[in-house]
Design a protein around this ligand. Structure first.
Ligand code: PLP
Length: 384
């Protein structure tokens, strides 16, 4: 009996038992080449860049969970995004969420613009804004969900119907929401992407990217790029990411619960001017989240807030005892990032000013500590 695709059971059992050993977890195959007893009828594995059993186990598992036809594992989230943009050709145009992470903008501006691929940035909450940047040669729309750092929630079904009406593919970078809380392919999205370095890897110890295509035509094009450009995930890292994937549901439930409590606590703290958390009824994306995500499982582990001054951020950072400070998210430890210095450092000061990413903004990736310790940590660090 097949498991429900994004059930806890499928996260654990989406991969097959290893056919040669019946091992319950996928063995690490390091071989780069395979004996071909009949080279005129090559076996499924012939050369490691093209396919590897450990990587395939992860790719099949994420495809099954997301509800797509084929999964792909890359050496990093940026490698997955690069492979996606390589689906385009010179003269094509792509629309990207205006509040996407800095690395995506750096890649488009610093690399793909040199190969004749143009990008426009749009508020994906607004169909009129999307329409205003659309061009006859627009081939893809990349939506980052939630947005970073203010955690806007994209109305995926609405966006998909607009884009498909114009022959535009929809790609969703769902790193922040994770396949446990949302499966965009089931809402008509063409390609879902993840930085596996974050919640899916889950332990701040592996760099990886994942992609899943909804239909075979796109899957074939992406496989061609994966094999031709070669930014594949190593077998050891595929094993580690797959281990993380199996425990994603329990980690997300715990961290989302603490994130919700932290958001509520911060909202009542006089040092905090605004809390951005989709689980709070006042968040502009709350209703969309309820409609498009499995919110009974939680609203995710990311919480962003704004303090009343940048100086208060410096004091808070010096007082935190449990939370770690730095770039990154999705690990077992709570991580505080300062978007101006970390995730959005690649933007110019003017771009950050327009997007209101100033020194008073703090982004928290809530970890797996006792929630009481985390709530207490922020409360004691935010006494002014
Ligand atoms: N997508 C999102 C939403 C991210 O936050 C990041 C990194 O922060 C990436 C992609 C890139 O992933 P990686 O660091 O694994 O290359």
């Amino acid at each position: 009996m097949p498991a429900t695709p994004n059930s806890d059971t499928n996260f654990v059992h989406a991969h097959q038992l290893d056919p040669s050993s019946q091992a319950v977890v996928p063995p690490i195959y390091r071989a780069t080449t395979y004996h071909q007893a009949d080279p005129w009828n090559p076996p499924p594995f012939d050369y490691a860049r093209s396919a590897n059993p450990t990587r395939n186990a992860l790719e099949n598992a994420i495809a099954s969970i997301e509800g797509g036809v084929r999964g792909f594992a890359f050496a990093s989230g940026m490698a997955a995004l690069t492979a996606s943009f390589l689906l385009l050709k010179s003269g094509d145009h792509v629309i990207v969420s205006e509040d996407c992470q800095g690395g995506t903008q750096r890649l488009l501006r610093g690399v793909f613009s040199r190969f004749g691929i143009a990008a426009s940035y749009a508020n994906t909450d607004s169909l009129p804004h999307l329409e205003s940047v659309r061009r006859p040669n627009t081939k893809a729309l990349l939506v980052e969900n939630f947005s970073n750092p203010f955690l806007h929630v994209a109305d995926i079904p609405n966006i998909v119907s607009w884009a498909h009406r114009h022959g535009i593919e929809v790609w969703v970078d769902n790193t922040f929401i994770t396949p446990y809380l949302q499966n965009p392919l089931r809402m008509g999205v063409d390609l879902v992407l993840h930085s596996g370095t974050k919640m899916i890897g889950g332990h701040s110890d592996v760099t990886a990217g994942l992609a899943v295509a909804r239909e075979s035509g796109l899957a074939e094009r992406l496989y061609f790029i994966q094999n031709a450009a070669g930014a594949i995930l190593s077998p050891d890292d595929a094993y580690t990411v797959h281990r993380g994937l199996r425990t994603l549901p329990v980690r997300m439930r715990h961290a989302s619960r603490t994130a919700y409590e932290l958001a509520q606590t911060l909202a009542g703290n006089p040092a905090v001017s605004t809390v951005y958390y989709p689980g709070l009824p006042g968040h502009p994306g709350h209703e969309v989240a309820q409609r498009t995500m499995t919110t009974e499982r939680g609203f995710g582990q990311m919480v962003t807030f704004r303090l009343k001054s940048s100086e208060a951020v410096t004091v808070m950072a010096s007082r935190l005892r449990w939370a770690r400070i730095g770039a990154g998210l999705g690990g077992t430890e709570t991580i505080v990032s300062l978007p101006e210095l970390h995730c959005h450092a690649a933007l110019t000061p003017e771009e950050r000013r327009i997007r209101e990413i100033t020194g008073d903004v703090v982004r928290v990736s809530v970890g797996l500590e006792d929630s009481t310790d985390i709530l207490e940590d922020f409360s004691q660090a935010l006494v002014f």
